[in-house]
Design a protein around this ligand. Structure first.
Ligand code: NDP
Length: 266
């Protein structure tokens, strides 16, 4: 019998996770069945508990349930606690363990796949929602020279920065006159094709603009390209956070390079 896993979300039909985990399982010769589970917006906890009692061994959690998953978990890793959001659940005998692998996925995509050094660099994180919160601690662990957080609602950025000493918060307009080596877009503005009101000059020479969204060209990416920055989308982060979840569940890390290449070609 294959061990059962799922990604739980709403919507969830677009999720690449079943494909990614099927490729991981094949590569690592693991008997796994990984499906997409649509939970009603008001019934995430019931859906997760039902999946566990039906024999599910673990689940990834996506929009909009990561905070509910955080509250559902009986135990949390330090990175999940810092993120206040959970994207990976493990169903043990009688209890549920919660982790957050998004930040680790981003760092691995930046440092291993893209050979970028974060240590000593000036980093700008755009956004103050769940995705932004999840990557602050792993980014700080890389010891950048500066981690600035800017959000449309600057008070939200300030509240996020308060939880992470060493970061600096602002609105977009306050970034005028500053430049950064790495600019990470953790806003969802690209989903609606909205342009971020970023001042000119924020992309330093040899900078990287990292868009967490994937599968489309966003105004942020176009803007960065026009300013001469290198541009990356979030597909690598997606694959790497999945590999980290696979490691938690199966005790082995898949080789992500061929899987990322297959997804890029698809
Ligand atoms: P949230 O809804 O929690 O946060 C949304 C953020 O985007 C807020 O900071 C919000 O600002 C900002 N925002 C939304 N619209 C605009 C706009 N038009 N202009 C400026 N700012 C805007 O979303 P998440 O944090 O969960 O996700 C953010 C993005 O990251 C999504 O696109 C998601 O797909 C992506 N993501 C990618 C992952 C990957 O593996 N590649 C993993 C996780 C997320 P305000 O507070 O002012 O409303």
């Amino acid at each position: 019998m294959a061990d059962r896993y799922a990604v739980i979300g709403n919507p969830v039909g677009h999720s690449q996770s079943p494909r990614i985990h099927a490729l991981f399982a094949e590569q690592c010769r693991q008997a796994m069945d990984y499906s997409a589970l649509l939970a009603p917006l008001d019934a995430f906890v019931a859906a997760a508990r039902q999946f566990a009692s039906d024999g599910g061994r673990g689940a990834n959690v996506t929009v909009p349930f990561k905070e509910e998953a955080y509250r559902l978990a009986d135990t949390l890793t330090p990175r999940a606690k810092a993120a206040r959001a959970v994207n990976t659940l493990s169903f043990e005998q009688g209890w549920i363990a919660g982790d957050n692998t998004d930040g680790a996925g981003l760092i691995r995509d930046l440092t291993v796949n893209r050979h970028r050094v974060i240590h000593g660099k000036r980093v700008l994180l755009l956004g103050a929602g769940g995705a932004a919160r999840g990557v602050v601690l792993p980014l700080l662990a890389e010891q950048p020279a500066l981690l600035a957080i800017a959000n449309r609602d600057s008070e939200k950025a300030a509240r996020l920065a308060e939880d992470f000493p060493g970061t600096r918060a602002s609105g977009f307009a306050d970034l005028a006159g500053q430049s950064f080596d790495l600019v990470i877009n953790a806003t969802s503005a690209g989903l609606s094709g909205a342009e971020l009101p970023l001042p000119a000059g924020i992309f330093a020479a040899d900078s990287l603009a990292y868009e967490m969204l994937y599968g489309r060209e966003t105004p942020f990416m176009t803007r960065a390209r026009d300013a001469g920055a290198a541009v990356a989308d979030g597909l690598g982060m997606l694959v790497e956070q999945a590999a980290e979840a696979f490691l938690i569940w199966r005790g082995m890390r898949p080789d992500t390079a061929p899987i990322l290449a297959a997804l890029k070609n698809a």
